[in-house]
Design a protein around this ligand. Structure first.
Ligand code: CA
Length: 271
């Protein structure tokens, strides 16, 4: 597996390309992509927690849910049960986009339980117990139920994976000191919530693509969406009421990246 691991290290480097100049490469945990892909291939059931509400407009952003949808689809191709879990605001948008996400609540533990939990671009508590945007603005309280599910997964010993691109997301507690050092407003926004594995990307949806690429290589299957499928899911999310997380506008872009910039790596993975 040494050859695969060196390819996965290259994938980590590719997906952590930092278009916003945030300093995310400093947060990379080398080897976690390889470990996360290996662990997900052994999963029986996965909850993918996602959805980031943009505080200025109270709507869900385009980074997170499209990656979660791609990951859920890839897991389904492997015969692994995968459900997207989110807050009520993002749940409504996803429903309009044709995705039946589960709304986070403690009662979900009464149903089929996951073996693995992935937090895909989900706000994570900072040191003061609040969640913040990259700019240091406090986020709405609808984040709480999803955070609670993640905490309960940790308590239950479920394998956890965090995917993020800014330092304020669930999972970034694993590298909190580096977030404080490298990311603007780091001391305030850095999440203290850690995960077993941390995937760092320039934009979090790329983190999903990186995971799917590593899983594809290990399973000898093609699990990635096409460039068109990946972009269609962004457009669908916007049409359903989502916004770009950077601009807060109802426009088909991700963290301010238009299609050509967003899709720059989607055709370059080796599968
Ligand atoms: Ca993002």
């Amino acid at each position: 597996m040494a050859g695969l691991e060196s390819i996965e290290t290259e994938i980590e480097r590719i997906i952590s390309f930092d278009p916003g100049g945030r300093g995310v490469r400093d947060l990379l945990v080398e080897g976690d992509l390889s470990a996360a892909a290996t662990e997900l291939l052994q999963a029986k059931s996965v909850w993918i927690l996602t959805g980031f509400v943009v505080p200025s407009v109270g709507k869900g952003e385009t980074d997170g849910p499209p990656g979660a949808m791609a990951l859920a689809s890839g897991l389904a191709q492997l015969g692994i049960s995968a459900r997207v879990v989110t807050d009520p605001i993002n749940g409504k948008i996803l429903a309009r986009a044709g995705v039946a996400a589960m709304i986070a609540s403690a009662s979900l533990w009464d149903g089929p339980r996951p073996t693995h939990v992935v937090a895909m671009e989900r706000p994570g508590r900072a040191a003061d117990g609040k969640c913040y945007s990259m700019g240091g603005i406090e986020l709405p309280s609808s984040t709480d139920e999803v955070s609670a599910l993640f905490d309960q997964a940790v308590e239950r010993g479920i394998v956890t994976i965090g995917v993020g691109d800014g330092g304020n997301e669930i999972g970034m507690g694993k590298v909190r000191e580096r977030v404080v050092r490298s990311i603007p407003h780091g001391e305030k926004i850095a999440s203290v919530v850690s995960a077993d594995r941390l995937i760092v990307a320039g934009t979090s949806n790329w983190g999903a693509w990186g995971l799917l690429t590593a899983m594809s290589l290990r399973a000898s299957m093609h699990l990635l969406p096409t460039e068109k499928e990946a972009w269609d899911s962004v457009e669908k999310f916007v049409f359903a009421g989502g916004v770009d997380g950077r601009t807060g506008k109802s426009e088909a872009s991700v963290d301010g990246l238009k299609r050509d910039q967003y899709s720059r790596f989607s055709e370059s993975y080796v599968c």
